[in-house]
Design a binder for this molecule. Sequence first.
Ligand SMILES: C[S@@+](CC[C@H](N)C(=O)[O-])C[C@H]1O[C@@H](n2cnc3c(N)ncnc32)[C@H](O)[C@@H]1O
Length: 216
Amino acid sequence: MTAAPQPETLAAFEAAKGFMPTGEGLALYAAAAEAGRLGLPLLEVGTYCGRSTLLLADAARAADVTALTVDHHRGSEEQQPGWDYHDPETVDPELGLMDTLPAFRRTLHRAGLEDHVVALVGRSPQVARVWRTPLGLVFVDGGHTDEHATADYEGWAPHVADGGLLVIHDVFPDPADEFTGQAPYRIYLRALASGAFTEVSATDSLRVLRRTGAGS
Ligand SMILES: C[S@@+](CC[C@H](N)C(=O)[O-])C[C@H]1O[C@@H](n2cnc3c(N)ncnc32)[C@H](O)[C@@H]1O
């Protein structure tokens, strides 16, 4: 039977601000539940307001591991004012800059999942540079430019433990389907070409790969 989040977590996920459809969320949860069996932390790149983090937190709680989530909370390019994915409610009125950290904290607190998550506030490559712990799962859902997606892959894929999972969101093989560019598709191809990762499942734009070899 496929692992599923607690009903109250799923309801919180569906009510939270964010971009992940329910079908992909359930696939992410199933991957996190499986990876949790390794007894290692689960890490997300791209917290935004905590929608997908809720699912990693629920899986982390069930497996008695910790979920980690990395974001500078200033938004990606396509979330800035004037762009299609901008939400004016995410702007700090004092600074006039996006700040999704308060919404993230509210989301997690209301779902009762704060104790299972460590938020790493900073730029993904900078956090990755000081990271030394093997990870059961890395979920890449950060910046969608080639610069950011490549840095996320190079910074975090090496930390996926043997048998651990690399999950990539917004993989669109057909340019006609993509909304924010094909950089996630390119890192997905790179992971497969490395010989270190093997595809486990595809659910809409969510790809789950398992580390089956060394390198990245
Ligand atoms: C697509 S959103 C994440 C959506 C979230 N996973 C969800 O399901 O709702 C991408 C997030 O990545 C963050 N981000 C983009 N580039 C980043 C970088 N280089 N370092 C840290 N965070 C980054 C943005 O601030 C934004 O919150």
